[in-house]
Design a protein around this ligand. Structure first.
Ligand code: NOJ
Length: 581
């Protein structure tokens, strides 16, 4: 099943090209990832080159100049591997092959090379907690029946009860229902059960089995040899399970995820895996990185994943889960910086991804978590989203953007049931199941769907786009100084230029009225102040410096007289501004 590049007469294990090395040298001295802005591409929904309604690698490749011009440093690609797509590609059947719906390995190779030529790094998704049930190992394990050594690579266990009719323990799937599915023996009789923390089509690997660890070391090398600059590690907290797979003793386990250490998540044993992987990453030139998708109860536990001999970054989901509230934002910023400082890793910041309601819609609604089903007050949501993005990009460390947020896209909350594909939608009772709303293909141009996502007006897209998205396309927003796209472009340009932005570990909070945040960042070459008004009313403050950028146009200032003493500024409601000092 593995595709290869043999027909090109090039070895997949070729030494890094000159281009790769050139990209790698940029920012090498201080660690490029310490301040990188990393843009998440969801391949199904970014750009469709062949008009089949599904995004693909050649489509992404054709849009790389857009990403370079936007001003990001790296691109993280969600999975494009061979997969039956039971969980939109997070069910991998072959870790060394590109799914035909996305292209070929040659397309992946061309994409990586083009990106490097444009000065963009490429991070690929690695899914080591589970495979697809279509993976060759799992299929053989089923075929060969009890006693097959392939079964040792997953968690196959006899059931409880008189006839093994009950699951081996009480663990629940994140997508709803039991985390176990019973197999049928090759002779047709009911057999053992296998563990799947997600969908039944995603059996969990048994990381106690050396063949699993060996295989993933080899997969890492395969993609590093292809030239990728790093890996986003899916369910990075999940691979190691507590010995004996003990019962949890309670139901509704999903609710405990944010607060307790579970026997299947965040076990200390995972860290040994990352120490091994770090040694492999460090063997390669150009600072290849690992990024943990680790849902842990606290940022302090997240910091364990980025100790100096482990991974480089971890997503800051506590930040993502914080509502638009000055007090809560200040607290999560402080806790994040304080937690990362002892391990020397950069804090990361993220507002949206392919698993949560887009922040323009979260902030349009009253506080209510990361899965929101109502459109809320769209104008309010956009205003806050723009302000939240400018705040995020002003913080010390690395920031993650999710495709389409630079267009201010809202979630699509009214997708008809028949087009939905999120597996948890069909299993109910688990994770909310409405993730398709943030996965709708993005609008590029034109007045008719798929708005340049695919080549033909009127052509298909795997999820329908709202008619209102014609007004939000890249084409419409480009060159309009009031657009969200131009706000992002300006912010990323200023972030690159200003010496006090980007990497760092400190912010200095300045006194400010209730409902606002004002912080300063200093460098030897200049200082920077960020003002945030998270309240619904305009707020007057002393002008902190020279305005560089603002998320709202209603910032009134009077010129500072004699050193800013008499200068004042009115911060618009729900706005963020950047100041040079
Ligand atoms: C996290 C991914 O982001 C999500 O999309 C996926 O469903 C689960 N991991 C399972 O792989």
């Amino acid at each position: 099943m593995t595709q290869n590049l043999a027909d090109t007469s090039r070895s997949t294990a070729a030494a890094p090209t000159a281009v790769t090395t050139a990209v790698a040298n940029a920012g090498e001295s201080r660690g490029w990832w310490r301040e990188a802005v990393i843009y998440q591409v969801y391949p199904r929904s970014f750009a469709d080159s062949n008009g089949d309604g599904m995004g693909d690698l050649p489509g992404i490749r054709s849009r790389l100049p857009y990403l370079r011009d936007l001003g990001v440093d790296a691109v993280w690609l969600s999975p494009f591997y061979a997969s039956p797509q039971a969980d939109a590609g997070y069910d991998v059947a072959d870790y060394r092959a590109v799914d035909p719906m996305f292209g070929t390995l040659l397309d992946a190779d061309a994409l990586i090379r083009d990106a490097h030529e444009l000065g963009l790094r490429i991070i690929v998704d690695l899914v080591p907690n589970h495979s697809s049930d279509a993976h060759e190992w799992f299929q053989r394990a089923l075929r060969e029946g009890p006693g097959s050594p392939l079964r040792e690579r997953y968690h196959f266990l006899p059931g409880k009860g008189q006839n093994g009719e009950l699951p081996p323990n009480d663990w629940e799937s994140i997508f709803g229902g039991p985390a176990w599915t019973r197999t049928e023996n090759p002779d047709g009789t009911p057999g053992d059960w296998y563990l799947h923390l997600f969908a039944p089509e995603q059996p969990d690997f048994n990381w106690e089995n050396p063949a699993v660890a060996d295989e993933f070391r080899s997969i890492l090398r395969f993609w590093l040899d292809m030239g990728v600059d790093g890996f986003r590690i899916d369910v990075a907290h999940g691979m190691v399970k507590a010995p004996g797979l003990p019962d949890l003793g309670s139901h509704d386990q999903l609710k405990l995820l944010g607060s307790d250490v579970m026997p299947f998540f965040d076990q200390d044993g995972v860290h040994e895996i990352y120490r091994t992987w770090r040694r492999i990453l460090d063997e390669y030139p150009g600072q290849r990185i690992g990024v943990a998708e680790a849902w842990t109860p606290t940022v302090a536990r997240t910091a364990n994943y980025v100790r100096p001999d482990e991974l480089h970054q971890a997503f800051n989901f506590q930040y993502l889960g914080t509502h638009w509230d000055a007090g809560q934002l200040r607290e999560v910023i402080d806790v994040s910086l304080d937690s990362m400082r002892p391990v020397g890793a950069p804090s990361t910041w993220v507002l949206s991804n392919h698993d949560v309601t887009r922040h323009a819609t979260r902030f349009a609604n009253p506080a209510g978590g990361t899965q929101i089903r109502t459109p809320g007050d769209r104008e309010l949501g956009l205003r806050r989203a723009r302000a939240a993005s400018l705040l995020m990009l002003a913080l010390p460390g690395s920031a993650y953007l999710y495709q389409g947020e630079e267009l201010g896209l809202p979630d699509v909350t009214d997708l008809p049931d028949e087009v939905r594909q999120d597996p948890s939608f069909f299993r109910k009772a688990g994770q909310d199941g409405f993730r398709d709303g943030c996965r709708v293909p993005i609008p590029w141009s034109g007045t008719e769907a798929p708005y340049g996502f695919g080549p033909t007006p009127g052509g298909p897209s795997w999820l329908p786009q709202p008619a209102s998205w014609a007004e939000l396309s890249v084409e419409v927003q480009s060159g309009d100084p009031t657009s969200t796209l131009e706000l992002y472009r300006s912010a990323l340009a200023v972030r690159r230029e200003h010496p006090a932005l980007g990497a760092g570990t400190e912010v200095t909070w300045l006194d400010s009225p209730e409902g606002t945040l004002v912080f300063r960042r200093d460098s030897a070459e200049g200082s920077f102040v960020c003002t945030v008004n998270a309240s619904a009313e305009p707020v007057r403050i002393a002008t902190p410096g020279r305005i560089m950028l603002s998320s709202a146009d209603a910032v009134g200032t009077s010129e500072p007289k004699d050193g800013a003493v008499d200068g004042w500024t009115v911060l618009a409601a729900d706005s963020t501004s950047w100041w040079a000092v």
